[in-house]
Structure formats: structure tokens, C-alpha cells
Design a binder for this molecule. Structure first.
Ligand code: HH2
Length: 259
């Protein structure tokens, strides 16, 4: 199990917008997350919270590139983007993974870029885009539908030349899902293991936690840890979290108990 620490170089991320918009602050934060036990640092320059404004590629690149360059020696770096120019600059600056919340659908050339560079790719499920995804999300069987979507995205990536061994999968907790959808996905996570690729799970500070107990975004550490530990027990391979030190401790204790 690996921890992926979140580094948001944005003014408007839902939980820490504006805190690390300055490159030096973002770099110091990433260094701290690496010391705390993050083996991967996920650097993003555009918020994907519901309704977030789109950022143009030039601005997103300006935010992320210096941070990627500075942190690339400290941990593996993933670039959280769906834009080709941003991914390309990040790979040039030392990133080795592209975390694309559109599963390589936004930019038709993204898959070829990842294939050419031998980059790792995170394929995440999201219906529509962040502006539309929470408009009445509905599924037949949420796990079966997401599984079929991810299987199709694996095929598309492989057809574009991405090696299957470099693909990671993410059901996209909070992306176009109700609280019940999120809970069912977490409960039945093991079913996604049939796809044969490592699973990335991001529950950290998300609104489904607040909808369970009324907590504000800065009061969700307990819920973030509980959901992360249970996701790991159900087979998550990578936990994408803001609070790396606390999650690492929780995982050490859980692993000591479970053996
Ligand atoms: N969640 C967020 C962003 N990127 N990528 C993957 N693979 N999985 C996730 O669950 C995921 C993600 C949202 O969290 P955050 O980056 O903190 O917020 P924002 O999008 O507002 O910057």
C-alpha cells in the first residue's frame, strides 16, 4: 500500500485552496508530505471540485511545472491534469505518472503522450465534467457500471500504446456520485480487483463524509482515515490523501493488527 500525498497549487481547491498557490509554499508542503511517508506526490493546478472554473493550460502549467521540477527528486510525482500541454511539461520536468480524472478522454493525444513517455497512468471514473457531474447522478448497479467503464478505458489506453502494466484505476469517489454511490463503491471495492490493475482511492476530506456527520471540510480527518483504512482492507493499493502523517500511522496500526 502506497500513500499519494495531495499538492494543490490552486486558489480554489475544496479543502486547501489558496494555501499552496505560491510555488515555494507548495514545494515545502510536498517535501513535508514526502517526509511523512508519501511515496507519490500528486501535483495539481486546477480544482476538480463540483462547479470549479476551468483554468487555461498556460496558467495551469505555470502553477505546476516549477513544483513538479522541485519535488521530482523527493518522491515519484504524478501530475493531476487532463490537459496535454500540462502533462507534457510535467513529464519533461520529472513527473512519471499522469493522473487524468477524465481517463484520457479530454484530450485525444493524451494516451499517445503517455505511451511515448512510458508514463504511469491513473484512469479515473467521472461522468461528464466537474461542472455537470453532480447533476442528478444515477446508475443501474454503480459498481458494475464503473467496472465496465474502467475496462473500456483500459482497452482504449492499451490500443493507443500504453502498456497495461503502467495503468492504475480509480472509481472516482465524489465524482458524479451520491453519498450512497460512494459508500457502495467503498463497500464493494474488492469487485474492481477483477480488472487486474492496482486501485487508487481518494476519499480525503470529501463531502460524502460531511453528509454523513455534518462535518465541515476541515473537520473530516477521522472520516478520511476511516474510509482510507477500510479501502485499503478492501484492496486499495494507493490512497490519495491530504493528511499523510496521520494516514500513515493509521495504516501502520491497521497492518500490525491484521498482519
Ligand atoms: N480527487 C480529487 C482530485 N483528483 N484524482 C484521483 N485519481 N482520484 C481522486 O479521488 C481525486 C483526484 C479531488 O481532491 P482535491 O485535489 O483535494 O481537490 P480539488 O480537485 O478541489 O483540487
Amino acid at each position: 500500500m502506497k500513500l499519494m500525498g495531495v499538492v494543490n497549487v490552486t486558489p480554489d481547491s475544496f479543502s486547501d485552496g489558496g494555501r499552496y498557490l505560491d510555488a515555494d509554499a507548495a514545494i515545502a508542503h510536498g517535501e513535508e508530505l514526502a517526509r511523512d511517508g508519501a511515496e507519490i506526490l500528486d501535483i495539481g493546478g486546477e480544482s476538480t471540485r463540483p462547479g470549479a472554473a476551468e483554468v487555461d493550460a498556460g496558467e495551469e502549467l505555470r502553477r505546476t511545472e516549477p513544483v513538479v521540477a522541485a519535488l521530482a527528486g523527493r518522491a515519484a510525482v504524478s501530475i493531476d491534469t487532463s490537459k496535454l500541454a500540462v502533462a507534457e511539461a510535467a513529464l519533461d520536468a520529472g513527473a512519471s505518472i499522469v493522473n487524468d480524472v477524465t481517463a484520457l478522454r479530454r484530450d485525444p493525444e493524451m494516451a499517445a503522450l503517455c505511451a511515448d513517455r512510458g508514463a504511469g497512468v491513473v484512469l479515473m471514473h467521472m461522468p461528464g465534467n466537474p461542472r455537470t457531474m453532480q447533476d442528478n447522478p444515477s446508475y443501474g448497479d454503480v459498481v458494475d457500471e464503473i467496472k465496465a467503464f474502467l475496462a473500456e478505458r483500459i482497452e482504449a489506453a492499451v490500443a493507443a500504446g500504453v502498456e497495461k502494466e503502467r495503468i492504475w484505476l480509480d472509481p472516482g469517489i465524489g465524482f458524479g456520485k451520491t453519498v450512497e454511490h460512494n459508500l457502495e463503491l467503498l463497500r464493494r471495492l474488492a469487485e474492481l480487483r477483477d480488472l487486474g490493475r492496482p486501485l487508487v482511492i481518494g476519499t480525503s476530506r470529501k463531502s460524502f463524509i460531511g453528509k454523513i456527520d455534518g462535518s465541515e471540510v476541515d473537520e473530516r480527518l477521522g472520516g478520511s482515515i476511516a474510509s482510507s483504512v477500510l479501502a485499503a482492507a478492501e484492496g486499495a493499493d494507493v490512497l490519495r490523501v491530504h493528511d499523510v502523517a496521520e494516514t500513515a500511522q493509521a495504516m501502520r496500526v491497521a497492518e500490525a493488527i491484521l498482519g
